[in-house]
Design a protein around this ligand. Sequence first.
Ligand code: PLP
Length: 649
Amino acid sequence: MAQPMSPPVPAEANPSNWSIEDSEELYRVPGWGDPYFSINTAGHLTVSPQGDRGGTLDLYELVQSLRQRSLHLPLLIRFPDILQDRIDRLNSAFSKAIGRYNYKGAYRGVFPVKCNQQRHLIENFVRFGERHQFGLEAGSKPELMIAMAMLHTPGALLVCNGYKDREYLEKAILARRLGKNCIIVLEQVEEVSEVIAASRRLGIRPVLGVRAKLSTKGEGRWGISAGDRAKFGLTVPEIVEAVEMLREADLLSELQLLHFHIGSQISSIKVLKDALREAGRVFVELAQLGADMKFLDVGGGLAVDYDGSKSNFYASKNYNIQNYANDVVAEIKDCCDAACLAVPTLISESGRALASHQSVLVFDVLSVSQVPRSTPGPVGADDPVLLRNLNEAYQALTPDNFQETYNDVTHFKEQAVSTFNLGYLSLSDRARAEQIYWATCWKIRDYVSKLDDVPEDLEELATIMASTYYMNLSLFQSAPDMWAIDQLFPILPIHRLEEEPTERGTLADLTCDSDGKIDRFIDLRDVKSVLELHPPRYQGGRLEPYYVGMFLAGAYQEIMGNLHNLFGDTNAVHIVLTPQGYQIEHVVKGDTIQEVLGYVQYKADQLVESIRLQTEEAFQQGLITLQESQLLLQSYERSLASYTYLSST
Ligand SMILES: *Cc1c(COP(=O)(O)O)cnc(C)c1O
């Protein structure tokens, strides 16, 4: 299935002087996308899955060719090469830091399976991580079972976190007999006596760690994962108690790891440094209490720059991977040197930073609803005074009075509604009033768009006048964090980028839920409420395909997505670079309607049978023809096997 790389199409004549550089800047592509995403001269988004080291694919062309293979949108496109590049980058940052600080220990990262448990992805992690002895981290029994079965790399670590029962502990201890480097991290006081008991029962000595509840508080959305009252980990008195219990059970020499995790998406490097210092001290003290300390696990939290602002805003980070690695290495070295203690093997559990970039979600726009834009008809002396007032304001609009006019027409429009509600304005006059109002707003928007500084009372205009782009997507399935915790992901059209996006829009999804919308977008400063989009183009009354991509959403979204309104998993494909172009490595078909109905306990054959009986009865009563009943049944059965999303062809 090798595909030749298509040459870029020459850009069309461009009357507005808009360039692809303008698009790059507007959508902040270099900020969040470098080195993987860019825009070519055809105005298409491109993907360079191996960064600057390999070929480039035209994402738009790729989507077109996938559609020709009946892979319908919404479509999740994974680029395993990006995953590999992320793993290589993280490891090379740590080896550079280790060299620079002359650190006498190693780095052995682990990937937290919870971030994305999809089998193909975990397989790739293990494969790409092999040369770095990269391991896996499990946070639950099912994840442990994945990790045990999938991780074969000699020397790689399997860090066992999360709440543990007897079965979990037994499996993790027994897996050492298979040569798995399982380290059981004690997170609860109860787990200490349970692990001692399990070890006695099995006659196998486990390797243990403790998760410390540091006082250093994280920041931002996930900051609550740390601090004295955090949900996880042992407080310092509990750690001391655990040490004594292990000493008594003659297992203290197996306590070898200290773990902490101060939360995901650590935007500010200072927070990390504080935590490292505190953890470094705990580490040293544990060694002095007699534990055989060999590993320090700094948890996850390595952040992703979703808005490309390189700031400590929650959607960004004020450091890069190299800064992160440098700080981890330097701080821990300082702590150990001060205590004349051998430095530990360093572990990080970076999830978001490794898995976010590797997938792109592409969806199509189904329709666009715009604020009315038509030239109002004449208003005469016989028309209601409200209409005459509105019209007068509209006619008198100039670049000098638009702010005042905006306030006037807004007031008149509100009056039109209340007059209508009282029965003094007809439906058609209300329509005319709204038409004049919107015509005025359009003109004002044109004036405002030329200003550098938008007056405060006109700021709302962009939101009020935003078009709604209806997307073939469920936010709840594909980007649940956007809905649940207001997370931001870069979103932009993947073509027409050589053309000025003159529309301002918000995105609405397919669900019948008013929360299923996107009206927060990345911006250099803060967040913007509308996205620049291209005006819809129609061909024979049909909307021309308009594809939009959502980026950096490869971590957490897939597994947290839910079946709201029964929109299921999207189609997914794995695209790998080849010398000739690319190859479709795997196709993972999205859920069919029959599958999502199965999740809620409906059986397809029973549903079909119910429809069959009903058509039969309707036929007996003369309500339906035989032909109609067959049509209905066939359509019903066909839909059971089809995609839950709308088909645009
Ligand atoms: C969630 C989690 C991680 C991953 O965090 P990221 O911010 O995605 O790097 C790592 N370790 C633990 C214990 C976690 O709970």
